[in-house]
Design a protein around this ligand. Structure first.
Ligand SMILES: [Zn+2]
Length: 261
């Protein structure tokens, strides 16, 4: 079995082809954890999992940018910004605790909103407390706020963490491993020296596979999908000098240990 621990199946770019994408997951034995990022996508993620229960698991979250209602003007991220009450949405997530395997995508993003760090950290704190209350792992986004995110999680002594697409330095990567947390590696590792370095540095016991679909497609593809986790598996096997079946088994075991226990 293969697993994509972080993707966005409710995304506009994937929706029209969802039946096909799921069929391919079945054929390739891929489990996909789809991550909501705001009230609308959280509800859609739950619907998708109901429609394809054998393939799709759900993680509900609050993307830092949406949580802050910051403007995204690049056009690269066709998200609908919604105005909503953070505490109400956290209550909604809590009410769905038996339907979800994780809380995410959550965290901080200081790339877009450097001026609102405190606000983001405060929201993240509430999210961490919720995860601890319902005993679910956190799938964490930490762009340009890697150190702050790690420090905050440590201050709450959080045990179940996946740092998704982690771009922090190798000292932090080592710290994540020492904390017993996981790093999920996207298929762009085939061309990305940072992720290759991460895989070389940490034990297979701390690695997971993700795609962040539809984003981060491995070239020459334009749109990513869960089945591409096999590309990460192959690269890990090459870098760690292991056989592909062994890597698949290890990663799937890590997934079970973190999300299904
Ligand atoms: Zn994502």
């Amino acid at each position: 079995m293969l697993v994509d621990v972080h993707c966005h199946l409710e995304h506009e770019w994937l929706k029209p082809n969802l039946d096909k994408i799921i069929k391919k997951c079945r054929e390739n034995q891929v489990i996909a954890i789809t991550s909501g990022v705001n009230p609308g996508t959280n509800r859609e993620a739950l619907e998708i999992a109901k429609k394809y229960p054998d393939v799709v698991k759900v993680s509900l979250g609050l993307y830092p940018i949406d949580a802050l209602e910051a403007e995204i003007n690049t056009g690269e991220f066709p998200r609908i910004l919604e105005k909503f009450n953070i505490d109400d949405e956290l209550k909604f997530i809590e009410s769905k605790k038996d339907e979800i395997v994780a809380i995410g995508e959550v965290g901080v993003d200081f790339h877009w909103t450097q001026d609102r760090k405190e606000e983001q950290l405060k929201t993240f704190e509430k999210v961490i407390q919720l995860a601890q209350r319902i005993n679910k792992p956190l799938v964490v986004h930490s762009r340009k706020g890697e150190k702050e995110a790690v420090e905050l999680l440590e201050s709450f002594n959080v045990k179940k963490v996946v740092m998704h697409c982690f771009n922090g330095n190798f000292k932090l990567v080592k710290r994540i491993e020492d904390n017993g947390w996981y790093l999920s590696i996207p298929p762009i590792i085939i061309r990305n020296l940072h992720f290759q370095g991460v895989v070389n540095l940490v034990s297979i016991n701390n690695l997971l596979t993700e795609t962040d679909s539809p984003y981060l497609a491995p070239p020459p593809l334009k749109i990513n999908e869960p089945c591409n986790v096999i590309k990460t598996i192959e690269k890990i096997a090459e870098l760690k000098n292991m056989n592909i079946e062994e890597v698949k088994k290890n990663i799937y075991m890590n997934y079970q240990n973190l999300f299904l226990k």
